[in-house]
Write a protein that binds this ligand. Structure first.
Ligand SMILES: *Cc1c(COP(=O)(O)O)cnc(C)c1O
Length: 497
């Protein structure tokens, strides 16, 4: 197997695809990235046009995963996206709103957020990688979550052989629906525990567990090792490239665009993983022009794209689009690597400045490229709510707050630029995951509690509750553990008896 993955901080550090997926992060702190980005053949879009989503997965991922047979990938795609796991037969359907606006719905999976697109297939890629690397121990995935990732990871790893998963969430930091989704999780290899404090407490606690050598030694004796499933793992970025190619093929198929026609994409962005996948799809040859990066009040990326200075030294806001409440967008490092012409020395320098000062300024060549590839915009909670109401009143389309941020930024961009390029807006969560904010946006102030709020939003709009959320009502609470940060180690040792 060729060592065809490298570190963004050291191009001489090489790994195979299974090593890159099993490791998650490079030992030098860099992100593992393909040594060469494969170009799709000229006929690719024509070929994929008639394929199912699962076939498109194999077609795209195959060229990145030396050491994996197409037959293996076919089996993983079938398990991840077939068998009724996604409630829409297209898996990632494109909904037409008007002549040049289309919405790519990425929330028809088992947890109703776009994290499912990658976390349904990652466990298969990871366990296969461990086998190819001849790893004998069982992996235990540790996750600290602010909501969407934890549930998607639990559902992805549920009952997957040779894996365990333990999720920590902040006691007071997730929505009621999100908490219910996690504490009712089924599966024989899962654990869920809440931590007193906020998301930072949970995350710092998990980082400490990863660094605890005594714990590692004890677990090794029991036949386990710890790993992570966070969004910098290449195995999470790769499956996301597929839906951009897929959306393009679908637009072509329905006649919304003609062969070779360029589109824009507009992505509600936090950690920069989703929009990075769009950039890679473009590099591979999918005709994408502008990448529109939409942020909420935590607009560190908007400023970066406009000015070339990344500065995390600013107020952190808790918004109604919480999955985008982020001041350090980890996957941006891969973007810097590409835009600098793969200059690992420069990336190392910027990341060192970020660690030391919380800021860095990119050189003029990168600034120029950033502005050519990206458009950036942001909005506050009031504007987000305004857009939810507007989409509902004018288009009868119910959207969640994250998606609303994207629509707001697109609307402003179009007004300012007059650019009427056909655009795919990426919808990242079902509105039913954020019932309270959506009802408030629609002017409903008296709100029902618990899972009843799902019915309230459904009754008010006539839109059906997604099946995975409707099922929550009948689910038994399995997990009730609450620990102090100091008790997290005990949770791990209990699960991995
Ligand atoms: C995670 C998430 C995002 C942000 O995606 P990134 O890949 O981190 O940029 C946006 N919306 C929702 C609903 C999410 O769960």
């Amino acid at each position: 197997m060729t060592m065809n993955y490298l570190s963004t901080r050291n191009k001489d550090l090489r790994m195979t695809a299974p090593q890159a997926i099993a490791q998650g992060l490079s030992p030098d702190g860099g992100l593992l990235t393909p040594a060469v980005l494969p170009r799709l053949p000229a006929s690719a879009v024509e070929t994929m046009r008639e394929m199912s989503y699962q076939q498109r997965v194999v077609y795209i991922m195959n060229s990145f995963l030396e050491g994996f047979a197409a037959s293996e990938l076919t089996a993983y795609a079938a398990e991840a996206y077939g068998g009724g796991k996604f409630t829409h037969e297209d898996v990632a359907p494109v909904r037409k709103l008007d002549e040049n606006t289309h919405c790519l719905e990425l929330w028809h999976g088992p947890t109703c957020a776009f994290k499912d697109m990658a976390l349904q297939i990652l466990p298969h890629l990871l366990t296969a990688s461990l086998e190819k690397n001849d790893e004998k121990k069982t992996v235990c995935i540790l996750v600290a979550t602010s909501g969407d990732t934890g549930k998607a990871a639990l559902e992805g790893f549920r009952n997957v052989d040779k894996t365990k998963i333990l999720v920590f969430y902040p006691k007071d930091g997730v929505s009621e629906i999100q908490e219910l989704q996690m504490v009712t999780q089924e599966g024989g290899n899962v654990g869920v525990c809440s931590v007193v404090g906020n998301f930072d407490d949970a995350q710092t606690g998990v980082k400490k567990l990863f660094a605890d050598e005594e714990l590692a030694a004890e677990l090794a004796e029991r036949g386990y090792f710890l790993s992570s499933a966070n969004s910098i793992n290449w195995g999470r970025v790769l499956p996301q490239i597929v839906y951009y190619a897929s959306a393009y093929c679908d637009l072509l198929k329905t006649g919304a665009i003609s062969k070779g026609q360029q589109i824009n994409v507009c992505v509600p962005t936090g950690n920069f993983g989703n929009i990075l996948a769009a950039y890679y799809a473009k590099c591979m040859g999918i005709p994408i022009n502008r990448l529109i990066c939409a942020s909420n009040a935590n607009n560190v990326l908007t400023d970066f794209i406009h000015t070339g200075t990344y500065d995390r030294n600013r107020t952190f806001y808790n918004t109604i689009s919480p999955s985008m409440d982020i001041l350090i967008s980890s996957n941006l490092e891969r973007m810097l690597f590409e835009l600098s012409g793969r200059d690992d020395r420069l990336v190392r320098e910027y990341m060192a400045q970020l660690a030391e000062y919380g800021s860095y300024r990119v050189d003029s060549s990168i600034r120029t490229k950033l502005k050519k590839e990206f458009i950036a915009g942001c909005c506050d909670d009031t504007q987000t709510q305004g857009m939810i109401a507007k989409m509902w009143n004018e288009q009868s389309y119910l959207i969640d707050p994250h998606t609303a941020v994207a629509f707001h930024v697109l609307e402003e961009y179009r007004q300012e630029s007059g650019d009427d390029t056909a655009t795919v807006v990426v919808s990242t969560a079902s509105p039913f995951k954020f019932c309270s904010s959506v009802l408030t946006a629609l002017g409903v102030e008296q709100q029902w509690t618990g899972t009843d709020i799902l019915d309230q939003l459904s009754t008010h709009t006539g839109v059906a509750v997604p099946a995975p959320l409707a099922r929550l009502k009948k689910r038994r609470r399995r997990f009730s553990g609450v620990v102090e940060k100091s008790g997290m180690k005990g949770c791990v040792l209990d699960l991995l008896k």
